[in-house]
Design a protein around this ligand. Structure first.
Ligand code: HEC
Length: 135
């Protein structure tokens, strides 16, 4: 009996903090919380667009989360491409419509790395964009 009580106490201790964690208003699991953390800008070797895409962008863009355009979706990216590369780059850096986070959630990414990630997604469509925005 004593052991059972002890076990219950332990579970209570474990379950309560978990439950309070769930009550936050995050739309994607843990992502917005993670975005609040300080992250030093990457000073190591520059990552490729593909690496940055898999590191951060894929979490939403790989699954069409909240309407995030998927690489290879010519229709979606075609519409967005009409805004022009400088607008798309601006939205990559500063976010767009509250669902696309600033810096695509990659706070430790440099501007160059974000630019490569954007180009990586666009190039999966085999549409070739006039790119005059390289930072
Ligand atoms: C938390 C989810 C999420 C992550 C992570 C994310 N995006 Fe997005 N992104 C979105 C959503 C949702 C949209 C579509 C917003 C809309 O049009 O309503 C979007 C749209 C965009 C657009 C198009 C903006 C426009 O003007 O139409 C670009 C460019 C973009 N994302 C770049 C990136 C890059 C680069 C990364 C990775 C470094 C990234 N995103 C990571 C959710 C995300």
């Amino acid at each position: 009996m004593k052991q059972l009580l002890h076990a219950l106490k332990l579970t209570g201790m474990l379950v309560l903090p978990l439950m309070s964690g769930c009550s936050s208003e995050s739309k994607t699991t843990g992502f917005w919380e993670e975005m609040q953390k300080e992250a030093p800008i990457n000073t190591g070797p520059q990552r490729t667009g593909e690496q940055v895409y898999h590191y951060r962008c894929e979490a939403c863009h790989g699954k069409n989360t909240q309407g995030a355009p998927m690489p290879g979706d010519q229709y979606e990216w075609g519409i967005r491409a009409q805004k022009g590369m400088d607008v798309l780059m601006d939205h990559s850096l500063n976010g767009f419509k509250q669902t696309m986070p600033p810096r695509g959630g990659c706070l430790d990414c440099s501007d160059e790395e974000l630019h490569s990630a954007l180009m990586y997604m666009l190039n999966q469509d085999e549409i070739h964009f006039l790119d005059n925005t390289k930072p």
